[in-house]
Ligand binder design. Structure first.
Ligand SMILES: [Zn+2]
Length: 81
């Protein structure tokens, strides 16, 4: 399998939030139920709430210039020290 996956932050066709490392997809925010995923489930690459399994075909790399509103929406979820 020689998939050319986007690396780093990505979305699932503009929904949810994922982090891609190599061929590994960590689901941060589920595109299906929009829940902030539990770290344990995120590491397994699934949604801990609805058992959503990410599909490689849906991955779209996040570029801050693409949709500023989306970036601001995500920032609202994050708590920075
Ligand atoms: Zn889910």
């Amino acid at each position: 399998m020689s998939k050319n996956l986007p690396q780093g932050q990505a979305t699932f066709r503009g929904r949810g939030l994922a982090f891609v490392h190599g061929t590994r997809i960590v689901v941060k925010v589920c595109p299906h139920c929009s829940q902030w995923n539990a770290p344990k489930a995120a590491d397994r690459g699934v949604c801990g709430w609805c058992a959503y399994v990410p599909s490689y075909e849906d991955l779209v790399p996040v570029t801050p210039r693409d949709d500023p509103r989306e970036m601001f929406a995500f920032r609202g979820h994050l708590t920075l020290d």
